[in-house]
Design a protein around this ligand. Structure first.
Ligand code: G3P
Length: 219
């Protein structure tokens, strides 16, 4: 499963990219607003840090303006992935852009039928929002299971990008189901590394090692 980070904060992206485990970045208008940065400028900077797809979202609601915005965004870098909302105009835009070989992430997906439409529109990624689904009394992971089943039934190549990830169990469940990608805030990705028994184990090994009086030569 690929790991994308859902943020526009440069320091967090750099820190995670240094682990070698980061496959891409997703942003949205709210995350850009939170960063306080210029949209084009920060997107360009992010594209220079990671080699993988960097999602940048259009804000127009009509197809023609979405296409014009996408034109500006895709000039930023080769690894820009145009993010469009799951609407009729968004999917028209998706079909046109992917037909030209541009990566497209169809966002704000809340039903398996919507995901089916995104795949038919040739989306590179579809982003079902599991956390917001849970917030509204639905099981977000059930949505991922349904989409996986449908995509496998028809061998759709659209990648399931689990979004609105709120905690590590969302990540675990995504991997169990066989989602292609998950995007999570930096805090959730960092939590994946942690286990109390890992810390306790290191402490115990180092205490015993100190008793040997030895050190490993490091040149
Ligand atoms: O980028 C889209 C998605 O991940 C947003 O998550 O936490 O705002 O529901 P959230």
């Amino acid at each position: 499963m690929k790991f994308f980070v859902d943020t526009a904060e440069i320091a967090d992206i750099k820190e995670l990219a240094e682990t070698g485990l980061l496959d891409g970045v997703t942003t949205n208008p709210s995350l850009i607003a939170k960063s306080g940065r210029d949209f084009i400028e920060v997107t360009k900077e992010i594209c220079g840090i990671v080699d993988g797809p960097v999602s940048a979202e259009v804000v127009a609601l009509d197809h023609e303006t979405m296409m014009r915005e996408a034109e500006t965004l895709r000039k930023i870098a080769d690894n820009v992935c145009i993010k469009v909302p799951l609407t009729i105009d968004g999917l028209k835009t998706c079909k046109k852009l992917t037909g030209d070989g541009t990566m497209v992430n169809v966002t704000l997906c809340f039903s398996a039928n919507q995901a089916l439409l995104a795949a038919k529109a040739g989306a590179t990624f579809v982003s079902p929002f599991v956390g917001r689904h849970d917030d509204n009394g639905f099981d977000g992971m059930d949505l991922i299971r349904d989409i996986r089943l449908i995509y496998d039934n028809y061998a759709f190549e659209t990648e399931i990008l689990v979004a609105s990830v709120r905690h590590v169990v969302h990540v675990l469940e995504s991997a169990r189901i066989g989602a292609d990608v998950m995007t999570a805030p930096p805090s959730v990705i960092k939590s994946l590394f942690k286990h109390v028994l890992t810390d306790k184990g290191i402490e115990g090994f180092l205490a015993d090692w100190a008793k040997t009086g030895q050190s490993i030569p490091t040149e």
